[in-house]
Design a protein around this ligand. Sequence first.
Ligand SMILES: [Zn+2]
Length: 468
Amino acid sequence: MVIYGSIITPLSKRDTLFSDYSLLRVSPLGTIDWVEHEVPPHKLEEALAKHGETVESIASQFRELKRGEWIIPGFVDTHTHAPQFQNNGAGSQFELLDWLKYVTFPEEQKYADVEYAKKMYRRVVRGSLDLGTTMCCWYGTLHLEGTKVLADVLNELGQRAYVGKCNMDRESAPTYQEASADDSLRDTLSFITHVEGLSSQPSQALVRPILTPRFAISCTGPLLQGLGEIAKQHPHLPIQTHISENSAEIAYTKELFPHCATYAAVYDHYGLLRENTILAHGVHLEQSELDLIKSRGAGISHCPTSNFNLRSGAAHVGEWLDNGNKCGLGTDCSGGWTASMITTMQLASVCSKVVSYYTKGDDASITGRFSKTQFAKYQLPIQTVFWLATMGGAEVCCLQDKIGSLEPGKLFDAVHVSILPETDNMHIWYDESESLESMFERFMTNGDERNVSEVWVSGRTVGGRLFK
Ligand SMILES: [Zn+2]
């Protein structure tokens, strides 16, 4: 496939490439063969000739975009829960610990029924793909068979994913927790074997297993110890968990692990804090924890929708970025009410404005203008929010060499965005004479899934408004 039209892709945390006329070739293997930017119509033949092609030779694979359409890298959702989609939009009267007890655990228990898992997970993954999420870090439930179903569905429908069976052997619900640490560890190893068996080349696999201790409260010391040993034996196995989401949760964690000075120190103590660890929330992380997480190379998933919905707090993401912590965005369904990464970007922007309002104090130098030297105290630029949802997420997943931007050699995980009137999104108003950057800002602010026309993972069409 050869695409000719506008491309928008992150260059850095602060800079985005806005190219009105680009030419991009996708190989039959689903990688980006080459990209040429700034190719207006009168230079098309010349650009093709550089790669030994002509207008005629590529005619059958040529896709031309209109003004108001463009290609972006697919969204990387670094944290969400497949068995909670059924609860999206429910239970927001609770804060975290009661929400788990009264809303979440009762729904997750249903996934003991494999037939229920088959019915629900297909809808969940189909929906996530249609929203433009091309890579996702999924939590299943504690059930081995039900979570195998989730991995199978991801592999079949074609979403790049890390998928984990939850480990939880205490402090959950009498009917929803594992009988022992040994049972949990045994099922975890079975799950890893199953997921790795889905691909003949595990290192190139679309769907990969991820260790998933739910959070420190739900795991006994022996379980965390055992997971640390599995992690040590499998250095490339990623790890995901929650951290410092809610004040009551942090206090209880410290009570359960009195030998650890901080929440982050608990995971570090058990060997679970390393380069491929993904920590969700982190709303109340202390400076010493940010420094520890940075020194281990772990990443943080910022989940603004969920943090607002469960009143967990407004994370100081600008400070994390200034501190050099790896950071991406997560939808965290159903703490967050939507699986849309577009909405999550919008809430990440709002969150940064809230934090700016409360942290700038009477510092008159902090205005609406952005700083070139710091993120803290300022609202995040649109370019930074876009980076978090794409390249930032790729870095958190240690996939920055494969996805997250549209560059030669990377996999073609991408979204065809359209803001044309035919998409029926009445919130987006624009003029065709506007710059691409201006149209992009309107999409970032008022876009939704109606503007996601087509979604590709490794060059394969897997979702979008026009996907049948
Ligand atoms: Zn979560």
